[in-house]
Design a protein around this ligand. Structure first.
Ligand code: ZN
Ligand code: ZN
Ligand code: ZN
Length: 299
């Protein structure tokens, strides 16, 4: 399996029979309300949202894996259904932007002082955590155990005979401190694609249509609905696929394929926060879906 295009983490994550995927947050890194935003979107009474995160629940073994350690981790861990342990069995991190890893600090001595929680991440991410305080202390004090996987040559495809587990690959993104991972989370019956952050789809070496064809759900970057959220900025310069661009990119695929797509990672300005907005209706009307906090999907 060494030369396999995907790294299978079955051993690490154990038996994934009958798993479920729960949405713990849908916001872009800075959450909603966003600090210092005085616009309508973040006024009192407007919808609030925790930062993007998923939980892979294993009801057979009553264990779970956390995807992304966000600044909202304290509240998010309380969303886990009763019966599961308070702390995840393992954590998987996509990259070193604030919404995706800074929640790690709550595993440390000042907080729950966890014991050797395995953290799956890329090698640059592991190096970043090892060589910068306060993160370095988490490994020194054995709160976490960094398991880096070199995903640089992995392709976002799994064979039909692929085993249950977590498959990682890299995606193009602003990689100042770490590489950026995407995930395919494969359960016994179904699988899910998770790409919270990516530059334009055209910059990826792979075709989202083909990647989508092999999964049952896709939780993908929906940071901005369209250019009106960023007045005066050239849409082509924004390093995210706008939802309108993604819908256009996928316009020719079958309705069943479109229905797999659940946009996630919403900026505070995104009109999808409001389920009744014209934008939300447009997305649903075109046959796509919108990730919402608390939803649970069978894998
Ligand atoms: Zn992000
Ligand atoms: Zn706002
Ligand atoms: Zn990012």
């Amino acid at each position: 399996m060494r030369n396999s295009l995907f790294f299978v983490f079955c051993l690490l994550f154990g038996n994934l029979y009958g798993q479920k995927l729960m949405i713990l947050g849908t916001a872009q890194d800075a959450g909603k309300p966003q600090i210092a935003c005085e616009k309508e979107c973040c006024k009192a009474g407007s919808p609030e949202g925790k930062v993007v995160s998923l939980a892979l629940l294993d009801p057979e073994n009553m264990t779970w894996t956390l995807f992304e350690a966000t600044p909202d981790i304290g509240e998010q861990l309380r969303m886990i259904p009763p019966g599961y342990p308070a702390l995840p069995q393992s954590v998987a991190l996509s990259h070193a932007h604030i919404g995706h890893y800074t929640g790690l600090m709550y595993f440390g001595r000042e907080a729950c002082n966890s014991a050797n929680i395995p953290v799956l991440c890329g090698p640059r991410m592991a190096n970043f955590l090892r060589t910068n305080g306060p993160w370095s202390q988490l490994e020194k004090l054995k709160n976490v155990k960094l398991n880096s996987v070199n995903a640089a040559n992995n392709k976002p495809f799994i064979s039909n005979k692929g085993e249950v587990g977590i498959y990682v690959f890299t995606v193009p993104h602003r990689d100042e401190f770490s590489e950026t991972l995407g995930f395919i989370i494969r359960g016994k019956n179904k699988s899910a694609l998770f790409i919270p952050d990516i530059d334009k789809w055209e910059k990826w070496d792979y075709d989202l249509v083909e990647v989508l064809a092999q999964v049952d759900y896709a939780f993908i970057d929906g940071t901005f609905f369209d250019g009106t959220e960023l007045p005066g900025r050239n849409m082509n310069e924004i390093p995210h696929p706008f939802i309108v661009e993604s819908m256009d990119y996928l316009k020719a695929i079958a309705p069943a394929e479109k229905a797999k797509v659940h946009f996630i990672h919403f900026n505070h300005t995104n009109p999808l926060w409001d389920p009744d907005s014209e934008a939300s209706q447009k997305v649903l009307g075109a046959g796509f879906n919108i990730a919402r906090e608390g939803l649970i999907f069978d894998l």
